[in-house]
Write a protein that binds this ligand. Structure first.
Ligand SMILES: [Ca+2]
Length: 341
């Protein structure tokens, strides 16, 4: 019975092959290519058979290309993710107070920078109270002062050669002072929509105007060289105020917040947040009145000292940053909520 079964299977197998060929033939005939006799249909089947190795090779090639593409994509994706991880690592810093220095409590600070020899240059705002001044760091004493016209609200200040450059609120005109005497010696027009903060990278004058834009200006003509828009993960950081160029970064107070943004001058990306929360509160708790917002960053490049103050603050603080990026309590969502308005 077994042998009979076997032969039967062989016959069925042969019948199946014949049936498949019949279907093949019928298929070709149905396509209108046949109808010329058995010979021509067989010849089509024969041609198909000769292409079988080619088809197999083609499938292998497609598989190979697919695997190779997947491999390369995989490698590319790994590389992309690792870059993305680096880009997305925004550092968060707290602070500790290193020293406290006296500061004129009537100074509505709008510009501040360190000029060596324990001196700051500072500009102040408010109509009728605006000034440019030279200040002793240690004592807070105003060594030289130049009051501005009552109609001008002083804003950011920086130094270019021996000239102080200052912008003013709600104008596009800046004032140039002789640094040694604080005598106004000229003016300039700038491309910003308003005058808020100023600093320099040694090549350009960099300014803020209360938006998320930072303007790089030619120090001779004050023409716009380029503009960067400051963003944190695609979210514009508006109200950029007092500025300081530190290392290869631009640091900016964000108006009405207790945050200082560390910004890449290359593309405007926020690369770090320095959180000054609690500093203003400590002044209020100590009994000082009329303490306005944090504003004023100065950097002593020689000894790497970082100073911050605020409008009508009776103190300038020298602070040291503490990296809190990896602290369990650091929550980027909360940081952004408190720093970006
Ligand atoms: Ca500054």
């Amino acid at each position: 019975m077994g042998a009979v079964k076997s032969r039967s299977k062989k016959r069925e197998g042969a019948a199946s092959v014949a049936a498949r060929r019949a279907v093949d033939v019928g298929g070709v005939a149905a396509m209108g290519k046949g109808g010329k006799g058995r010979g021509s249909n067989l010849s089509v089947t024969a041609v198909s058979d000769t292409f079988l190795p080619v088809r197999v090779a083609l499938v292998c090639l497609i598989l190979f290309v697919g695997v190779a593409a997947a491999f390369l994509y995989s490698r590319g994706r790994v590389s992309f993710l690792s870059l993305e991880k680096v880009d997305k690592t925004i550092h968060v810093y707290g602070y500790e107070i290193v020293h406290e220095f006296p500061h004129d409590p009537t100074a509505f600070t709008q510009g501040l920078f360190y000029d060596g020899n324990e001196t700051f240059y500072e500009s102040t705002g408010l109509y009728g109270k605006s000034s440019v001044r030279k200040v002793d760091v240690t004592t807070g004493k105003v060594l030289q002062n130049r009051w501005m016209h009552n109609s001008v609200f002083g804003e950011g200040l920086t130094l270019w050669d021996s000239r102080l450059l200052q912008v003013s609120w709600r104008t596009t005109k800046g004032i140039i002072y002789d640094k040694s005497t604080l005598t106004p010696v000229g003016s300039f027009d700038h491309p910003m929509r308003d005058g808020w903060g100023l600093t320099t990278d040694g090549e350009h004058i960099i300014g803020s105007d209360g938006t998320a834009n930072l303007y790089f200006m030619d120090p001779s003509t004050f023409k716009e060289v380029r503009i960067i828009t400051v963003q944190d993960e695609g979210q514009s950081v508006t109200r950029l105020n007092e500025l300081e160029y530190i290392g290869n970064e631009i640091w900016s107070n964000v108006f009405m917040t207790e945050c200082i943004a560390r910004i890449s001058p290359k593309d405007g990306k926020v690369i770090g947040w320095l959180l000054m929360h609690g500093l203003r509160r400590s002044l209020l708790d100590a009994g000082f009145k009329r303490i306005d917002v944090l504003n004023g960053i100065a950097w002593d490049n020689m000894t790497a000292r970082l100073f911050v103050t605020g409008k009508l603050w009776p103190k300038v603080f020298e602070i040291r940053m503490i990296d809190q990026t990896s602290d369990p309590d650091t929550n980027m969502e909360k940081v952004r909520k408190s720093c970006i308005r």
